[in-house]
Design a protein around this ligand. Structure first.
Ligand code: GTP
Ligand code: SPV
Ligand code: MN
Length: 598
């Protein structure tokens, strides 16, 4: 194979800095995966699950100080703070390079440095993007095997080009003394850094081995770096699931959905409709890259190759197809271990097992007032194993998108569904989206925060410029060919604190309404906030929700919206003159309509 001098000199440079005992170029083969899994089994990182119950699968328990993305240690390091904008942590690139070079110095001693060539998107497809991770974590290698396309073929396609994302990842836990025993989950909890250099397409990660902090192809590359490339090149990189929906008449549409972390993307992407005759299939569950096709429509691909999904709450009832996906060849992180050598998590089964070993390796019984699995416990599982993966999920030209769904966790105010009147109105709705924080990121769960397009933690540049990019996408396109935008909320709660909407498979009723709205076939009521179905416009056959609740779910809480306007104004004020005028106009229009509706 032709050698790529730029790649090799970078690998040499990083090896000189981190001083691993060995450097291993990954080939992406099953044999490589098996060897590394066996190595982690021997060092106590991996527990091999019962081969009959969960073939070729492993459980891994992390350090309790390393269980989620760390947003306060995640940085976007442009030359100036202004370029990162008010919603990102910024750090001066020269300063952080000095700091991290110090941390990386000798940080891989006693370990192997793996060179992972990966492709986000089908290898060699015009929309695929290549990256490399240099990591001292075999856990990262095995997870990347599942989550992306790893292997020698990537090197062949790259040739001598230097168009690749450079990721460096170190656990920051060198084994300096040959007699020093390793721990099951090495990390450096006190010194975590996840730093992005958008200008040079580099990612430097240190100290954490978990999820989006460490599997650099996912949020770091496919969202934070790719969002910058997308802006520069006129496409979109979004935190969105992609689903295919087929009507009883056999008509197909594709929809994406932007929901913040742990707000229902994996579930919606593969839901089992409760309404007869409708079918939902999965294209992707977390990230969508979208480009205009020759016909002027937006086409989406899933750059990933696996699911890194939230385990707690996943069950045969809530997500049958996820349960089918993770039956084999999967890695489970921070789940509980049952007596018969399988995994368990909260709500996986109606009845909890009589005893398990919890994610902290302690004896656990259902009567205990702590969960057996960490709330952000995850499964890593091949997308191709999903029983309802759509045939076209790896089509390099992508699938044409008819609708964007957006939404977060909102106990109050936001109705079950409302539709935007135009692209700019939908962009506005997405930009004022807010959600109660979940366990996917470290910090206080439940706090309400604005999360525009579910991209707050994942936008690689100034959020005001990102909003302008959405407006510009709309300006460039033929309005009739743009997706319709729907704001949904599965998470309304009653005064008693119970979910008012049953969610999961029942969400298909909202999908059906959206599907038919795209064709102008379903009715809607014009309201101050957008177009909404009245209860009789939604298919409620067989739905177990009482009339009063349904009415409340589909009523505009004008007082609640008016009350939220000052917070929206403050949210917008932080973007200063970067706030697109079209969105300021939308906000003024909303205020006017709400006041008129009072
Ligand atoms: P990330 O992988 O972090 O981006 O999360 P995600 O958006 O894919 O979220 P996921 O589908 O994994 O759902 C997270 C949690 O929300 C799980 O515990 C689900 O059981 C729960 N959930 C998903 N859909 C619904 C719903 O329609 N209603 C309710 N009440 N809960 C839901
Ligand atoms: C999310 O937090 O949105 C995830 C999980 O999808 S992680 O890969 O850890 O970012
Ligand atoms: Mn996500």
């Amino acid at each position: 194979m032709a050698r790529n001098a730029k790649l090799e000199s970078w690998v040499d440079e990083v090896a000189k800095m981190c001083k691993p005992d060995a450097v291993q170029w990954c080939d992406g083969t099953q044999e490589e995966y098996d060897t590394l899994a066996q190595l982690m089994y021997e060092t106590g990182t991996f527990i091999r699950l019962n081969e009959k119950l969960r073939p070729n699968s492993f459980l891994c328990r992390s350090d309790p100080a390393d269980v989620a993305r760390v947003e306060d240690r995640t940085y976007i390091s442009w030359a100036t703070k202004e370029q990162a904008g008010p919603t990102n942590n910024w750090i001066d690139p020269n300063e952080i390079r000095t700091t991290m070079t110090g941390l990386y110095e000798g940080s891989m001693q006693g370990r192997t440095m793996y060179v992972i060539p990966y492709s986000m998107g089908p290898i060699g497809s015009p929309i695929g993007r290549i990256g490399f991770i240099l990591t001292d974590s075999p856990y990262v290698v095995c997870n990347m095997h599942i989550m992306s396309r790893v292997g020698t073929k990537v090197l062949e396609v790259l040739g001598d080009s230097d168009d690749f994302v450079r990721g460096v990842h170190s656990l920051g836990a060198p084994l300096t003394d040959p007699k020093q025993p390793d721990v099951p989950w090495p990390c450096n909890a006190e010194n975590k850094y996840i730093v992005h250099f958008p200008e040079t397409r580099e990612i430097w990660s240190f100290g954490s081995g978990y999820g989006g902090n460490a599997l650099l192809g996912k949020k770091c590359h496919a969202l934070r770096i790719a969002s910058v490339q997308a802006r520069d090149e006129g496409w979109m990189a979004e935190h969105m699931l992609i689903l295919k929906i087929t009507s009883p008449e056999g008509e197909v549409k594709y929809m994406t959905g932007a929901f913040p972390s742990a707000c229902g993307k994996t579930n919606l992407a593969m839901l089992t409709p409760t309404i007869p005759g409708w079918k939902v299939e999965c294209i992707g569950d977390d990230i969508a890259w979208m480009k205009f096709g020759e016909d002027g429509r937006l086409y989406a691909i899933n750059p990933e190759h696996g699911f890194f999904g939230v385990a707690p709450g996943t069950s045969e009832d809530s997500n049958h197809h996820a349960m089918g996906t993770l039956r084999k060849n999967s890695i489970f992180t921070n789940c509980a271990l049952t007596k018969d050598g399988d995994v368990w998590w909260e709500e996986m089964t109606d009845e909890a097992p009589a005893e398990t070993v919890d994610w902290l390796r302690r004896h656990w019984e259902p009567s205990m007032d702590r969960p057996a699995a960490n709330p952000n416990a995850r499964f890593t599982t091949p997308a191709g194993q999903c029983p309802v993966i759509a045939d076209e999920w790896e089509d390099p030209k992508g699938v044409p998108i008819s609708a964007f769904l957006i939404g977060g966790r909102r106990a109050g105010v936001v109705p079950l569904v409302h539709q935007a009147r135009s692209w700019n109105h939908g962009t506005f709705m997405a930009s004022i989206m807010s959600s109660e924080k979940t366990a996917a990121a470290a910090g206080k769960v439940g706090e309400l925060r604005f999360d525009p397009m579910a991209m707050l933690p994942f936008c690689g540049y100034h959020m005001g410029d990102y909003l302008s990019h959405w407006v510009e996408i709309g300006e460039r396109a033929d309005a009739a060919k743009l997706p319709e935008i729907f704001y949904v909320n599965w998470f309304r709660k009653s005064d008693a604190g119970k979910f008012m909407w049953p969610g999961f498979g029942e969400n298909s009723r909202v999908l059906k309404w959206a599907f038919e709205r795209c064709d102008g076939k379903a009715d809607a009521v014009d309201t101050a906030i957008g177009q909404m179905p009245s209860p009789e416009m939604l298919d409620t056959d067989g739905l177990d929700v009482d009339a009063a609740t349904l009415k409340e779910l589909l009523t505009v809480d004008a007082a609640g919206w008016l009350e939220s306007l000052p917070a929206i104004e403050a949210h917008y004020a932080q973007f200063g003159d970067k706030l697109p005028k079209a969105l300021a106009d939308e906000l003024a229009g909303l205020r006017q309509r709400l006041e008129a509706a009072k």
